[in-house]
Design a protein around this ligand. Sequence first.
Ligand SMILES: Cc1cc2nc3c(=O)[nH]c(=O)nc-3n(C[C@H](O)[C@H](O)[C@H](O)COP(=O)(O)OP(=O)(O)OC[C@H]3O[C@@H](n4cnc5c(N)ncnc54)[C@H](O)[C@@H]3O)c2cc1C
Length: 537
Amino acid sequence: MACNRMRCGPWLLLQASMLSNANAWSPKPPMYNIQKGDGANVSDGKKHVSLYSKDGPVEVLIGQSSLDMIHKDPNIVWLVEYYDQSCPHCWYFSGLYPTVAKAIKSPTVRVGAFNCIDPVNEDVCKDVMFFPQLFSHNLKAVGDPKHKINVHKGNDIDKSLTPKDIAEKLSQDSNGRVKILHPHVFPKPTTGKLKLVDSRGPPGKDGWTDEGIGSVASRFHDAHIGMCSLLMNGYTSSKKYEAALDVVEFIGRAYGKDEEKVFADLLTKLKATPAMEAKVFKSTMHDWMHQFSSKWVFCKTETCAVWELFHSVSALIAIHYAPIKVSEALPKFRFMVDNFMDCEVCRKHFITSYDACLFGRCDVLTNKDPDLQAKALVMWIWRTHNAVNQRVISESPPKHGKAIDRRWPAYAACPGCWQVDVVNGKPAELQTYKGQKNNDQPVYAVFDEETVFGFILKVYLGQDGDGRLRLFEEIPSLSWPPRIVSLTGSSQFIMSSVCAIAGVAALFAVWRTSHKLRKMSALADEQEFLEASQVVE
Ligand SMILES: Cc1cc2nc3c(=O)[nH]c(=O)nc-3n(C[C@H](O)[C@H](O)[C@H](O)COP(=O)(O)OP(=O)(O)OC[C@H]3O[C@@H](n4cnc5c(N)ncnc54)[C@H](O)[C@@H]3O)c2cc1C
């Protein structure tokens, strides 16, 4: 097959996706495409992404017409979830909510959900700041107004109620209007312990098997998308205007040497309409983002792209590329999460750990030497991410097979990053940090942090040894597509792999090359092809 860009773009992508592990563990549940004729109130002919399937127990609510339907008959009790399809705690809740629905649904009790990231739901969701949120309508009596339903034990957002707890609470609060009609759907309490890797112990089964396609260019590209999606999701009203400008200005300075013009252009557009409304802000960001393709290349989740942003910025400061002092950057990470992270639990965990000096946060500025401060910044954000990795895997451990290890980097990716003694079975020691207020999320010394620091610079910037090279600046010079002559047997296999890799490399260079090429329709098609492979039709 001749490797012609117009003809085999999708094919290249297919080959490339086969290079990654289709069975790799991910906390992300399936996403469904809902369209006209699927039973939900879809009238616009577009596809709407949903965490719930079209014929499942949770009704897919779409747009104003669905809200009107809820308000239409005050005799019907409605339970309505508002979620963001990219928020990890919405993913976890999407595993529980259908069971609540199955237990209580009846002709007079209906259960549904709005995906607030879908632009069609923008007005419907405008009063909801954090996700997931659950509300009832007409719960206690006919015409009873909208009430928030707490899905946690007390006020502790780390302790989720079970579907049975939620259904029983609704039933108690509803004066008999909600009945548990199908109690058999509640899962039996599990007795055995969750299968988790010992966080003090040697490396377990690799939980990062898709890392191969994470090049410097692809991570860097996704970091830009991470900034945009963080801001767009969190910009709930014009009150966020100043904070958004602050973030764009900060990231613009971090990436500034090469991208001064693109960021200046964005700032000019944003400043043209002071205190812009959420809709205008989102469309401005969207237009800006589109110039370099708005889809992820390496990441499969929106929060991954936010991490790529944080790691790349801290690493750029560490190599003096970004002219930003650590004393400015450190609180700016807190500021970005506090103002714009719409996953309520993620936000709370990050802010609480920051304020409690966990993971070495309060060590960062202790050192007088700016280089050591910058290194400490990189390592703090790395430890913070690793603590979240462990939390994520404990929230949704794999249902089958061995426990997997989400400590990063995996042993296979960087054997030297691990302490030899720990690899050989000696339990790692507890690490504590300056000013640390609690030990709720213990850190064990399983890694050789010097090597990890070097590994981070290499993975995120392509920085090797003492050099100052940033690989992503080199990649656009790759020639693509490669020349293919007539092929048979194994040479065909090798060349198709080369062709696939070249295709991916070219995609990974989208960010850099897009300055020159602007938006190429062939690439846009390929991106859609990639995205479609992650959605269940
Ligand atoms: C600020 C923030 C707070 C969050 N808090 C929570 C939370 O409290 N609970 C929750 O369930 N989810 C939380 N998340 C989401 C969670 O971290 C993951 O992003 C999400 O589960 C998707 O995981 P993923 O498989 O895409 O990989 P991600 O964890 O998003 O990782 C993306 C990539 O980053 C690289 N990476 C992984 N670990 C590190 C590291 N330590 N240092 C450097 N690079 C690394 C890897 O290449 C990986 O593929 C948070 C996200 C963010 C941005």
